[in-house]
Design a protein around this ligand. Sequence first.
Ligand SMILES: *Cc1c(COP(=O)(O)O)cnc(C)c1O
Length: 379
Amino acid sequence: MARIYLSPPDLAGSELELLTDAVESNWIAPLGPHVDAFEAELAARVHVPHAVALSSGTAGLHLALEVAGVGKGDEVWLSTLTFAATANAVSYIGATPVFVDCDAASWNLDPGLLAAELAAAARAGRVPKALIVVDLYGQCADYVAIRESCTRHGVVLIEDAAEALGATYRDQPAGSFGDLAVFSFNGNKIITTSGGGMLVSPRKDWIDRARYLATQARSPARHYEHEAIGYNYRLSNLLAAVGRAQLRDLDRRVEARRATNRAYRDALGHLPGWTFMPEASHCRSTAWLTCATIDPAQFGASRDAVIDALAADDIEARPVWKPMHQQPIFRGARVLGGAVADRLFELGICLPSGSRLDDAQRARIVERIVGARARDARG
Ligand SMILES: *Cc1c(COP(=O)(O)O)cnc(C)c1O
């Protein structure tokens, strides 16, 4: 039987048509009409006026911090429970990351903890320059409370929506809550260009600046004139053509992942010790990955035993992100709380969630999970 991957790329079917157009029109250089159209279409989709297509989501995070004026020695606070790219971008800038715990009700950045810690930081006269909030596994954080805290203390809010394209919070799209927001089109994300990203913002000056920096910081002149250190971060016209085809298929993809999430809940939700990542109120998640925690005593098998049982049948599952405050490279960094993220990492599992996963594959996965439990209970 074929291997089941965690979140493999999924072709929409119309990629070749748009790619052919790009090739036949000879626009295979970086930039071009498909890049412009992809930016406009994604911006419209997420209700944000300005967008710049980039070579990755990580590049988007890097440029977000740079255009927001974050510099060497500044503090940037961010969700500790995330993929390393979120924290790496802070280090690229030479800023100091401070990791913030999540809450058990949403697995996202804890808004109560943030409010209390920002108030304390303000009293001490060391408010961070920016806050990066991750929409974890496709679910938006609580932006009413988070925005209020950021506004009160003058902190730039950057939304890492890499996993959340197509999600909503209070009926507004993911990516519309930050002063800047970032999407990823990496191969494992909701839509993919094989590699790519997008930075969006209500502020035209910031997106113009990001576009300039992403294009080697070339000042308008006949010769090559540079007044800033630039990057080569733009998306190629070929990949933008693929992105446009993928974006047209977004709703189906989110529906498919949500259907998988429901199927897992129906099949496993009743098992003792098995608890799915909650869908917080006012949130409609992309269910980019379906995740759960496994209490080994109650469930009768540990998280790692379940991953092993799945692997034995060529099914890919993984632990929840290892919190950044536990990563060797960030040892010694300040962390606000951390126990909730620690527990989610200890007990949490991510299940195969690709947007082409079918009933037979889901049945095979469920059977292995239930089987792991029986075997462990017998042993
Ligand atoms: C994938 C991801 C990124 C990085 O995106 P790339 O396009 O792979 O650079 C950043 N943050 C989170 C939360 C992600 O899941």
